[in-house]
Ligand binder design. Structure first.
Ligand code: HEM
Length: 265
């Protein structure tokens, strides 16, 4: 593939660049390793590598680089893309931005740092963030999986070895699950008293044994960044600019690049 011209070469180049960066860091961790006091994922992996029975268990340096890269790729674009959708939807719906800011001001105030303990007291904000993830639908096709054994599901026989794509888009936009699947509507996650409600069809992180490994971390990151941003700033469109919610198809579904006006509150 590398001999053919095309954009995949950018991907290979970037992959090489990040791998080198990780390898450089790995060398530092190897030099400073204190087995009785691991500081991070790399340290723990290196200690496990010492105690394991060699490459057969997967504890090799190449694998460590791959796994670290996996965490970077899976964990950075996803959360930043979701936050970009959040900015876009709240600019397009200033009345929702008003309500979020009113709730944050009332519960957290303007000076206190956002913290996870405040989450149960911010039901509207929580509902908006969930709706951003539902409507943003950033991993619509999920990831390909393979049936580990012969399986019958909903009357369909799936032989061992079949490749499966459990499509998340269909559940996030299911007309039998959501009142207004195609609209940006935080009420999907609120009851009549304005309390936050969980919905079974909210599956942006997928489900089952191979559910997103970073789900809990991502939820925390999203909440803290989202509250922090809307606590301190008012976001609006640049005068005359039309913001589009058309999606760009890539590793994740992202919004088109957009410029916004940010004002300190
Ligand atoms: C908004 C944020 C995120 C979304 C929407 C998301 C979504 C997903 C989805 C749909 C999958 C596929 C699950 C499946 O195959 O059934 C996945 C897998 C994965 N995610 Fe996330 N993710 C997010 C953030 C993160 C973060 C922050 C990390 C780690 C730092 C992470 C690490 C991973 C890993 C390692 C896998 C592969 C798990 C496996 O194959 O067992 N993700 N994610």
């Amino acid at each position: 593939m590398k001999h053919l011209p095309g954009r995949h070469n950018v991907l290979f180049r970037n992959y090489e660049f990040v791998s080198k960066f990780i390898r450089k860091n790995l060398d530092k961790h190897k030099a400073d390793l204190d087995s009785s006091n691991p500081q991070c994922y790399m340290d723990s992996f290196l200690i496990e590598k010492e105690n394991s029975h060699g490459p057969v268990e997967g504890f090799t340096e190449d694998n460590l680089v791959c796994c670290t890269l996996d965490l970077f790729t899976a964990g950075t674009e996803t959360t930043s893309t979701t936050l970009r959708w959040a900015l876009l939807y709240l600019i397009k719906h200033p009345e929702i931005q008003d309500k979020v800011q009113e709730e944050i001001d009332r519960v957290t105030g303007q000076t206190r740092q956002p913290c996870m303990a405040a989450r149960p007291n911010l039901p509207y904000t929580e509902a908006v963030l969930h709706e951003v993830q539902r409507r943003g639908d950033i991993v619509p096709l999920n990831r390909a999986r393979m049936a580990g054994k012969d399986t019958t599901l909903a009357g369909y026989f799936i032989p061992k070895g079949t490749m499966l794509m459990p499509i998340l888009h269909s559940v996030l936009f299911d007309e039998t699950e959501w009142e207004t699947p195609n609209s940006f509507n935080p009420e999907h996650f609120l009851d009549k008293e304005g309390k936050f409600v969980r919905r079974d069809a909210f599956l942006p992180f997928s489900a089952g044994k191979r559910v997103c490994l970073g789900e809990q971390l991502a939820k925390m990151e999203l909440f803290l960044f989202f509250v922090g941003l809307f606590q301190k700033f008012r976001f609006s469109a640049v005068e005359g600019a039309q913001l589009s919610t058309e999606r760009v198809v890539g590793v994740t579904l992202t919004p088109q690049p957009f410029k916004i006006y940010v004002k300190a509150r």
